[in-house]
Design a protein around this ligand. Structure first.
Ligand SMILES: Nc1nc2c(ncn2[C@@H]2O[C@H](COP(=O)(O)OP(=O)(O)O)[C@@H](O)[C@H]2O)c(=O)[nH]1
Ligand SMILES: [Mg+2]
Length: 362
């Protein structure tokens, strides 16, 4: 009996030691496997190119209704109200700069918009003023100068929907949330699983002041997704209203593509805001930004030309992995183009993925 007991004790002690080692081995193996199956994509691009919109869509696609809490959704009411007021104020300032005159009624509506405290929600009265203004001739004249001033791309959406925003019990819809604009500062990481890979998408602020922080996120990157605002060929920067947005995007793209640690990193390009681009192209050809362009103002011709200008900024021996022309405001555009990126990266890393899967016996 005694011997059995002692045998059991020593056996048990040995097993514990072994188990500890085995647990540690398993844990390390697990970590190595997890790291091998963890893909980080860095989202880069100038301010307002649509990086955060792409992220919002990816969250919707991969997490569905669970992508936001009720509180998060409700917090967008305030954002949309502020976006609406600020967009109208931009146009009111433009009326002053371009000496556009207003009637007495329009002046009163403008004063009410100017006096609104941004910490408060808009009322029905504010909505009536905004609606009166954006249908008025002076504001139409100011909008005609949109390519010379900083003007938010979703402004028309805010004006069109202003009455809905102030309805009693209003809850922002998925589309409202997509069109809402919050300027990103710092870094936001979004994770989702698409087995066997765990994807981590890093979103950063795009304005010039924010770009100094980017280098901190350059390690261990499987891919770079660079977002370009196509409508930028006909727009100036928020932070420097003398600089064309498309030229800024080209310069920034070249700098990123030439960072030595990205020498072998796949670079994907999303040319975004195709909807606005098509609208602008009806009024102005891209030769205003690319004097060497001799083609017609035809969408596909112009898009191919722009894509080529970006491709040319790549360093020797490194080509853009793939290019998509999208409107990130539409979920399906982001879904299909991101599927392509996933497919590309899974194929490129297939060997590493297989090895990791084998090590966990799958
Ligand atoms: N018209 C239009 N607006 C868009 C599109 N994608 C994004 N936006 C709007 O552009 C603004 C800036 O987008 P955001 O994602 O914040 O840009 P970021 O600074 O690069 O993160 C937001 O108000 C978006 O709703 C698009 O495809 N079409
Ligand atoms: Mg952003």
């Amino acid at each position: 009996m005694g011997s059995t007991f002692s045998l059991c004790r020593s056996d048990h002690a040995l097993t514990t030691e072994e188990q500890k080692t085995r647990d540690l081995d398993n844990m390390l193996q697990h970590e190595r496997t997890a790291a091998a199956l963890d893909f980080k994509i860095l989202l880069l691009g100038a301010g307002e190119s649509g990086k955060s919109t792409v992220i919002k869509q990816l969250r919707n696609i991969h997490r569905g209704k669970a992508s936001m809490t009720k509180e998060e959704i409700e917090s967008y009411t305030n954002v949309l109200h502020t976006n609406t007021i600020q967009s109208m104020r931009v146009l009111l300032r433009a009326c002053e700069s371009f000496n556009i005159e207003m009637t007495k009624d329009e002046q009163e509506a403008a004063a009410a918009v100017d006096e609104h405290d941004e910490n408060e929600l808009m009322t029905l009265d504010h909505a009536i003023h905004i609606d009166l203004l954006w249908r008025s001739q002076p504001i139409k004249d100011a909008i005609a100068h949109r390519h010379e001033i900083y003007f938010p791309d979703a402004a028309m959406y805010y004006f069109q929907n202003v009455f809905r925003f102030v309805e009693l019990g209003y809850v922002p819809s998925e589309e409202d949330i997509i069109m809402a604009r919050i300027r990103t500062t710092g870094m936001f990481m979004t994770n989702f699983d698409s087995p066997p890979v765990h994807w981590r998408i890093v979103d950063v602020g795009g304005q010039r002041s924010e770009r100094k922080k980017w280098i901190k996120f350059f390690d261990d990157v499987q891919g770079i997704l660079f977002v370009v605002n196509l409508a930028g060929y006909n727009q100036v920067l928020f932070e420097d209203q003398t600089k064309n947005r498309m030229n800024e995007a080209l310069d920034l793209f070249e700098k990123i593509a030439k960072v030595p640690c990205f020498e072998n990193t796949p670079i994907f390009l999303f040319f975004n805001k195709k909807d606005l681009f098509e609208e602008f192209l009806r009024g102005k050809n891209i030769d205003c930004c690319f004097p060497d362009y001799k083609g017609k103002p035809e969408t596909q011709l112009a898009l191919n030309y722009i894509a080529e200008q970006f491709e040319r900024r790549m360093p020797k021996n490194h080509r853009v992995a793939n290019v998509h022309f999208i409107a990130a405001r539409y979920k399906k555009d982001v879904k299909y183009s991101f599927e392509d990126i996933k497919k590309y990266l899974v194929q490129k890393n297939q060997h590493k993925i297989n090895k990791a899967m084998k090590s966990i016996g799958r």
